[in-house]
Design a protein around this ligand. Structure first.
Ligand SMILES: Nc1ncnc2c1ncn2[C@@H]1O[C@H](COP(=O)(O)OP(=O)(O)O)[C@@H](O)[C@H]1O
Ligand SMILES: [Mg+2]
Length: 360
């Protein structure tokens, strides 16, 4: 199993300098609001996935007024140690190093140290647009399947190029069918490969998810996850080329796997519209626990689990279910933030789990 044993931060978000050693089991990060608990989880997230879980731009993680940030972490893998260093300079490029050697392609790092984050704004998965759900499933697949990640990166690159070509046609008022076709022949097979993987992934994921939901909610309602894609249509290729005129008008590619979505249902109705708040919370936590399970299965190791402020957001029943899982050794290394240290101590005080507390 991989554990994060040490971390050093320089100019990362609110931290000018920080050095910590973690427990291989349970790490509780306590402190008042705004003290940097979530930021510390985000630094661990960076070490695993080379990016922030919360900020789209890396520069947003540079401490205000500084020129750079540096995250340096040590992971213990059986009897080997690995050092991950991530740095970002204002106006520069992000550099990710594995045992002192910089990656040529940062994406190679994804999946080496698997991680799952459960955070308060996860319910956005229910309420927001399809983009956030695609990102969630893409992120999960990327951690377990490198070919998928490579295909996804290529697809997005070609999609971008195709879109700027459409824009160019529009602005210069001309159309070159053959030139557009050269992009189509690259885009379509990649789209089909992504679609196929998403489809087979969901077949394995949905039952694991349903089990977690039932366990958490102790309820009889039926929940379901449905993968929706235009590529299920038999004549998709025809539809794709038929949409060219519309693509030209809108200056973007209107059909393809970048439009896929995942529908969340409860008793056959849309969870977003008909699920109670409690049901929505259980739903997203079940999604995350299922994510933990499928990653563990695919990688043969337990992902790090980052739990951000979950005690505030869950009712007692769901908390006790989670604690039950923690005490049953379901998880590997755990990081939990809590604004109320007494509560954390009380919850874990009696357990036999090795625990470290960090006061921010
Ligand atoms: N790039 C940055 N530079 C300096 N401070 C930052 C930066 N990004 C976030 N912060 C600060 O971090 C603090 C929030 O930390 P956070 O980890 O969310 O706190 P907690 O989770 O303990 O409530 C805020 O005070 C915010 O201003
Ligand atoms: Mg926080």
């Amino acid at each position: 199993m991989n554990v994060s044993s040490k971390i050093n931060l320089l100019n990362f978000k609110n931290y000018e300098e920080l050095s910590l050693q973690f427990s291989a089991q349970l790490n509780c990060i306590v402190g008042p609001n705004g003290s940097g608990k979530t930021n510390l989880l985000d630094a661990i997230h960076y070490l695993c996935l080379t990016k922030s879980a919360f900020n789209a731009q890396d520069t947003q993680s540079i401490r205000h007024g500084s020129e750079f940030f540096l995250i340096d972490g040590t992971f213990q893998e059986e009897d080997k140690k690995h050092q991950i260093t991530i740095s970002m300079k204002v106006g520069g490029r992000k550099v990710v190093m594995y045992d002192k050697k910089a990656y040529e392609r940062i994406s190679e790092h994804i999946g080496r140290f698997p991680v799952v984050l459960i955070a308060p704004d996860d319910t956005d998965l229910v309420r927001d647009s399809g983009e956030i759900r695609r990102k969630f499933f893409d992120g999960m697949l990327s951690q377990i399947d490198h070919e998928y990640l490579d295909n996804l990166i290529q697809y997005n690159t070609i999609l971008k190029q195709r879109n700027s070509l459409l824009k160019q046609f529009y602005e210069r008022n001309y159309f070159d069918k053959e030139l557009l076709e050269t992009y189509n022949v690259l885009l379509l097979p990649l789209g089909y490969a992504l679609h196929q993987r998403r489809k087979t992934f969901m077949e394995g994921f949905a039952p694991v998810f349903r089990q977690h939901y039932q366990y958490l909610s102790e309820s009889r309602e039926e929940v379901d996850l449905i993968y929706e894609s235009e590529l299920f249509e038999e004549n998709f290729e025809y539809e794709f080329s038929y949409a060219t005129r519309r693509d030209l008008q809108l200056q973007r590619t209107t059909k393809g796997v970048h439009k896929d979505d995942y529908v969340f249902e409860i008793d056959r109705y849309a969870l977003r519209k008909f699920g109670s708040q409690g049901q929505q919370k259980s739903f997203v936590i079940a999604l995350k626990l299922a994510q933990f399970d499928v990653i563990r299965q695919a990688k043969g190791q337990k992902p790090l689990l980052l739990l951000d402020d979950i005690f505030d957001k869950l009712d007692d029943m769901r908390i006790s279910k989670l604690l039950e899982m923690i005490s049953k050794d379901t998880f590997g290394q755990l990081f939990i933030t809590d604004a109320r240290p007494e509560r954390t101590k009380q919850l874990f005080g009696q357990s036999s789990i090795e625990m470290a507390i960090f006061q921010m």
